[in-house]
Design a protein around this ligand. Structure first.
Ligand SMILES: [Zn+2]
Length: 276
């Protein structure tokens, strides 16, 4: 049976420009040390930009077979309970002033639907091998994302081995990744997208040496939020744009959601509680 899982991992190519390293050197002295010697005399961002990896070979994030079968799509999982419905991109025209593919981009499943998580059950977010001082910024990023999107994300703190890459959850690992070797990539993140755009798992891997030891570091926050946004189905806005999802980071790093970010979160998000 063909695997329905599709891993899409986007890479934030960073490059810790020296200006950023200098700006944060007071709180993260380790950053400047990490800037390779040949980069220390340049402020230009270099790197390969976004690398898109498609295909379900499971080589990067281990795949797990779905627990439940959808009756219409053999092998596909279904939300744990309650309602879930596919969304079409054409049903979400951007508001005036925003341009799709420029200010925001959305993950679309191979069969043409907007990738998004179910809204009707909690999405646990757990950390793995988190370095000291990182927890507050991860909690901040999860809260920011939940507040702006309405997604029922909930930061649960460090996970156990059995929670790693769990179905229905978003796993944030601090550690090594093949994409980090010989590159300036600072983190990767992405959802597992099933037919009709159903997301039932998200994975983020952050390079520990890109995480400041003191909470509140703008680069740490921007990177963490960026990769989490990949995991909820948002892809890149144009490089250096005023969006957290810019393909290459602006300077200073964006820690506030841009208009494009906000609209993308609306499309993949969940309606808020009824008002009035
Ligand atoms: Zn990215």
């Amino acid at each position: 049976m063909a695997r329905a899982t599709r891993f899409v991992i986007y890479v934030l190519a960073v490059v810790v420009p020296i200006a950023i390293a200098l700006a944060v050197v007071g709180t993260t002295p380790s950053l400047l040390e990490k800037v390779p010697a040949e980069h220390r005399d340049t402020v230009a961002a270099i790197g390969e930009g976004a690398v898109r990896i498609s295909g379900g070979n499971g080589g990067i994030f281990r795949s797990q077979e779905a627990n439940a079968a959808d009756t219409t799509i053999p092998g596909a999982p279904r939300p744990l309970h309650g309602e879930w419905s596919p969304r079409r991109l054409e049903d979400y025209p951007p508001p005036a002033g925003l341009v799709a593919g420029v200010d925001y981009s959305l993950e679309v499943s191979e069969d043409g639907y907007v990738a998004h998580w179910p809204c009707d059950h909690e999405i646990p977010v757990r950390s793995f091998d988190a370095p000291p001082g990182s927890e507050a910024d991860l909690a901040w990023a999860v809260e920011t994302l939940a507040f702006a999107s309405g997604l029922p994300l909930r930061y649960l703190g460090p996970g156990t081995e059995s929670d790693r890459e769990a179905e229905g959850a978003l796993s944030v690992t601090y550690g090594d990744h093949p994409e980090f070797h010989g590159t300036d990539v600072a983190g990767v993140g992405g959802p597992t997208v099933w037919p009709r755009g159903l997301i039932m798992r998200g994975s983020v891997t952050l390079r520990p040496d890109q995480i400041g030891p003191v909470p509140g570091d703008p680069w740490t926050r921007s990177l963490t939020l960026h990769e989490l946004m990949h995991a909820v189905g948002i892809t890149h806005a144009v490089p250096y744009g005023p969006e957290v999802m810019a393909e290459r980071p602006a300077y200073p790093p964006q820690v506030l959601l841009g208009y494009g970010d906000r609209f993308a979160l609306h499309v993949v998000g969940c309606p808020g509680p009824p008002t009035g």
